[in-house]
Design a protein around this ligand. Structure first.
Ligand code: MG
Length: 214
């Protein structure tokens, strides 16, 4: 006999922004070209850490990330095809779209402006220090630590950071639609339990087809 859960299943969906809803890496490559006069082909970006993938020293990376978080940089980022339609699908089906970004909270105004410009439906926007970065984190705007995420209730997550996706899969025990990118393909080090929870998806139509009602 199947036992029913005592509490109803959460209808909140965790959605990352950069390289899930937006083509952030393309904008960052433009920024690299602008400030360092070189580009890195998309397929060569095998590390989530831009210091490694863009070959930037610690001080160069600090300056680069500060530029990346400037309002004009954020404004120039284009949305991912099908993302808005996907979120609309879930919203109409009664799900709560909760945006959870690793951008520093100093980008809040620019981020909200971008979401509005592109008509991204969402119930909330949270800033989470996913990567333990120091710059741009201010006490003025409330933020969460990655460990706080483990206490929240979601029925699905959509992420591109392998580290964060694995953390969610392990601690929340939910499926994570892992948006395929060269920097999240090396999964051999993960446990089979976590790997089973990571569902690699290549597009928004594929995410919705796989999880029409998560
Ligand atoms: Mg991301």
């Amino acid at each position: 006999m199947i036992q029913e859960k005592s509490s109803p299943r959460s209808r909140a969906i965790y959605i990352d922004i950069d390289d899930v809803l937006s083509h952030t890496i393309a904008a960052l490559d433009d920024l690299l070209h602008q400030h360092h006069d070189r580009r890195v082909p998309y397929e060569s970006i095998k590390h989530f850490d831009l210091g490694i993938s863009f070959d930037l020293k610690a001080d160069e990376l600090r300056t680069f990330l500060a530029l990346a978080h400037e309002p004009q940089t954020i404004k120039a980022i284009s949305p991912v095809e099908g993302a808005v339609a996907g979120l609309e699908h879930w919203s109409k089906a009664g799900y709560e779209v909760r945006l959870v970004t690793g951008r520093p909270p100093t980008t809040e105004a620019a981020t909200r402006h971008w979401l509005e410009t592109h008509g991204v439906p969402h119930a909330s926007l949270a800033f989470v220090d996913k990567y333990g970065r120091a710059g741009g984190w201010t006490e003025d705007i409330p933020t969460l630590a990655l460990s706080d995420i483990a206490k929240l209730d979601f029925c699905l997550a959509v992420e591109d950071s392998l580290e964060v996706a694995a953390f969610i899969a392990e601690n929340l025990d939910i499926d994570v639609a892992l948006v395929d990118h060269p920097w999240n393909r090396a999964t051999e080090h993960l446990s089979s339990h976590v790997r089973d929870r990571l569902i690699r998806c290549h597009s928004w139509p594929e995410i919705i087809e796989r999880f029409p009602q998560p």
